[in-house]
Design a protein around this ligand. Structure first.
Ligand code: ADP
Length: 371
């Protein structure tokens, strides 16, 4: 379910193995439209649309968490194979339940409290039970940095959202890391090498994704082990992208997870023996997992809509970009660009990270999504 870029790249991997794919989303013009075998127009948040869709397929998976899980629970009870399981999806969809899950399972995460509303947060500040600084996260409305407010002092209170929220300690972050891990039906677990995320401070979206992450061996191993423990605690099949904070005092904390292919794993298409999409298919189709070894170091750049342009998409500098050795451009096929919209990504391969980074900067200067 979901016909965006993740659905597109998953359908491409499935096509490679002659697996027939069905995609459900609002409009056939979405990225997965031209590459899946059958596109069903409908709303993945609607019970009837999801239920009807599920009745047509043998295995159901997602590229987005915000789907109708009531329909999935019914389909599962009727015998449909669904990965990730809808009960676990219900936990992951709600950042409050996610945090409680880590606490219950002794998995490290930042200290937190749950509040019913922005008003309740204000009241807690007034009565001295909540102190600055903190991070407010909407329990269910978050995506790509939306639904997150960093409140450092009274001056930031205008940023408070009215939603039911998780309020977390503001973590002193050294690095943001992601580890994509997979588990199949036999319980086999395999982790991709950790990647390091560097953020665009304005858009609050990942700007460079660097693999291998700049971690010492011990920390890299610990990050992989934590991702394995997390997928085993959830007991889900398929991929789990585990976003971690490495704190200034060298602790690893789970920020959040996504039970599906993830932006932080796109480099695997070009730089690893097995792509995250192939790995997801292997995991949900009860196949042995593939090798997660890297072929080369890589830097991934999200191709975002240039600020100031909204309308039918054009790619400036494409030819100059694909001329460069090791530069792999992936366009999602979205017809309309908007500022900071994810329109594609570019993976830059190189034998060493420094030359990949130099090329990545050149790619960012050269390739522009305009209209
Ligand atoms: P989203 O679901 O939108 O990706 P995240 O929970 O990943 O939201 O938060 C977005 C970003 O906000 C993180 O990548 C990190 O940079 C910052 N952030 C989130 N939680 C904290 C925290 N507790 N302390 C410090 N920074 C945080």
């Amino acid at each position: 379910m979901g016909g965006g870029q993740l659905g597109k790249m998953l359908a491409l991997a499935a096509h490679n193995w002659d697996v027939t794919t069905w995609a459900l989303d609002a409009d056939q013009s979405f990225p997965a439209g031209p590459v899946c075998s059958h596109f069903v127009e409908g709303n993945f948040k609607n019970y009837d649309d999801v239920y009807r869709f599920g009745k047509q397929v043998d295995v159901l998976t997602i590229e987005i968490e915000h789907v109708n899980t009531d329909a999935l629970l019914k389909l599962e009870a009727e015998g449909l194979k669904i990965h990730p399981s809808p009960a676990k999806l219900n936990i992951i969809k709600d950042k409050g339940l996610q945090k409680e899950f880590y606490q219950k399972n002794n998995l490290p995460t930042s200290a937190f409290q749950l509040y019913e509303s922005g008003e309740a947060i204000r009241a807690a500040i007034s009565d001295g039970t909540l102190h600055f600084p903190f991070v407010q996260k909407s329990r269910t409305a978050g995506y790509d940095g939306k639904g997150v407010a960093v409140i450092k002092s009274e001056n930031d209170l205008h940023l408070l959202m009215p939603d039911a929220s998780v309020v977390e300690d503001l973590v002193d972050i050294e690095k943001e890391i992601a580890v994509i891990v997979a588990r199949n039906e036999q319980g086999e677990v395999s982790a991709f090498p950790p990647v390091e995320m560097e953020f665009n401070p304005v858009a609050n979206l990942v700007e460079f994704l660097v693999c291998p992450a700049g971690l010492d061996e011990k920390t890299a191993k610990a990050a992989e082990a934590l991702a394995r423990d997390t997928i085993e605690a959830y007991g889900i099949c398929g991929l789990l992208a585990v976003e971690l904070f490495l704190t200034k005092d060298n602790q690893l904390l789970i920020n959040e997870v996504a039970p599906r292919p993830h932006n932080s794993g796109h480099h695997t298409i070009d730089s690893c023996y097995t792509s995250q999409f192939e790995q997801h298919l292997r995991a949900i189709l009860d196949l042995p997992l593939g090798s997660t070894n890297m072929k080369t170091a890589s830097v991934m750049v999200n191709l975002l809509g240039e600020p100031g342009y909204t309308g039918p998409v054009e790619y400036a500098g494409f030819d100059d970009c694909v001329k460069m050795e090791g530069v792999k451009v992936h366009l999602y096929g979205k017809t309309v660009t908007k500022p900071y919209r994810k329109m594609g990504h570019v993976t830059i391969l190189a034998q060493d990270l420094e030359s990949a980074k130099t090329k990545a900067r050149k790619v960012k200067e050269t390739l522009k999504v305009i209209s």
